[in-house]
Design a protein around this ligand. Structure first.
Ligand code: GAF
Length: 392
């Protein structure tokens, strides 16, 4: 079968070639198009999104890539090259609570239909190089790539933020994970070379230039490879505690707390007080970080990263020993600032370094992990990349 036309740059990308070839093998036809959506790193603003607060993620080059084409029988056949699995579902099987990897794709079909978009059946062949279970939004990347592919196949005119909302609806109401809006917004709306300042109440976004190399800096992303034990139940517990605190304080969401000391004085439960302190101070750190980035004061980010980590460790209690050791070791090895990124209970840290130091610092963390009996971590330099798009 002939492959769809691609630019020289795209056809040299192994993910594009792999899904195009596998699509042609599966269906005997060339794909109608190829779409991709990235994972993300959150620079700052953790567990603030579901409190109507502020976040500032950027998209990674790591992405889910999907070759897609229509089917005439009104069903969806989905194939992942990660593990060589194929599943099929029909409209009648689109029932919230579906489990398995295909639920992320089925959830997007369900969310589109529920919003009144009529979409046809499709064959979707995907591959992902977003590390899974590392807090880099592999599931949002899958949802947003599926949405891009299905909207593209049926020429649906859906604005980017509306796409992000539909992808989140798939995650919340179909897959059943009570997440906020950050990850799907990042995967859909981020632009290369920028972080996305996102107001999770107003849905206003601001593309903030993030050119660390120009300032002689780089951002190490290090995956502690700690299994995400308890992440679902602990995430839901944090969310419930924030909502309960907002109710006790008589505000719509913790975003509305303007006088932190007065709010803390009104709460009896010390644990709840700590949760509120994290969210309120973290929101302030995102606002300060956005100002500093706009002023190209990249080193000014460092104390905010450190304070964010301390707040997640001591007040929100979402870090784990591997993550704390990685942050401490990064600092000892010369990082200007470092923090855990993502939902917590494992996953990745980020560390702001002089350019060219990522391998050294990762090696130091690897040695500390070996001495502590932890798994060998993985790492890369975080490059702010583009959001969801059609590749060919
Ligand atoms: C996960 C969730 F999916 C996001 O919505 C966000 O709450 C994040 O954890 C914590 O900041 O990635």
């Amino acid at each position: 079968a002939t492959l769809p036309l691609m630019t020289a740059e795209q056809s040299s990308q192994p993910d594009v070639e792999a899904v195009a070839t596998a699509y042609a093998d599966l269906t005997g036809q060339p794909a109608t198009g190829i779409w991709a959506a990235p994972g993300r790193v959150n620079l700052i603003g953790e567990h603030t999104d579901y409190n109507d607060g502020y976040v500032m993620p950027f998209a990674l080059p790591h992405r889910v890539t999907i070759a897609a084409g229509p089917r005439t029988d009104g069903t969806w056949r989905v194939r992942t090259l990660n593990g060589d699995l194929t599943e099929t579902f029909s409209r009648a099987e689109l029932v919230p609570g579906m489990t398995g990897w295909q639920a992320y794709l089925a959830g997007v079909v369900w969310a589109l239909e529920e919003a009144g978009h009529s979409i046809g059946g499709a064959d979707l062949v995907l591959t992902s190089n977003v590390p899974m279970g590392a807090g880099l939004s592999s599931s949002a990347a899958l949802e947003c790539a599926t949405l891009a592919a299905l909207a593209g196949l049926d020429d649906l005119a859906i604005e980017p933020m509306e796409r992000a909302k539909l992808a989140r609806r798939a995650e919340n109401a179909f897959v059943g994970a009570p997440t906020g809006q950050m990850d799907q917004a990042a995967s859909t709306l981020c632009e290369a070379g920028h972080a996305l300042f996102f107001d999770c109440r107003t849905f206003d976004v601001d593309q903030v230039p993030l050119d660390l190399a120009a300032a002689g800096l780089e951002l190490l992303v290090l995956d502690t490879r700690t299994p995400h034990a308890l992440v679902d139940s602990e995430y839901a517990a944090r969310r419930a505690s924030c909502e309960e605190a907002a109710k006790l304080l008589g505000v719509t969401a913790l975003r509305d707390v303007t006088d932190l000391d007065a709010a803390l004085a009104r709460l009896e439960d010390p644990v709840m007080r700590s949760r509120v302190r994290h969210v309120v101070t973290e929101n302030q750190r995102v606002l300060t970080a956005a100002e500093r980035l706009k002023a190209r004061d990249y080193l000014g980010l460092a104390p905010l990263l450190d304070a964010s980590h301390a707040s997640m460790r001591d007040d929100f209690e979402i870090t784990v020993p591997t993550v704390d050791l990685a942050v401490e070791t990064a600092k000892q090895a010369g990082a200007y600032g470092a923090r855990m990124t993502g939902g917590g209970f494992g996953g990745c840290i980020i560390a702001l370094l002089d350019i060219g130091r990522a391998d050294d610092v990762a090696r130091a963390i690897g040695a500390a992990f070996a001495a502590a009996g932890y798994r060998t971590p993985a790492h890369f330099v975080g490059i702010p990349s583009a959001g969801a798009r059609q590749l060919s």
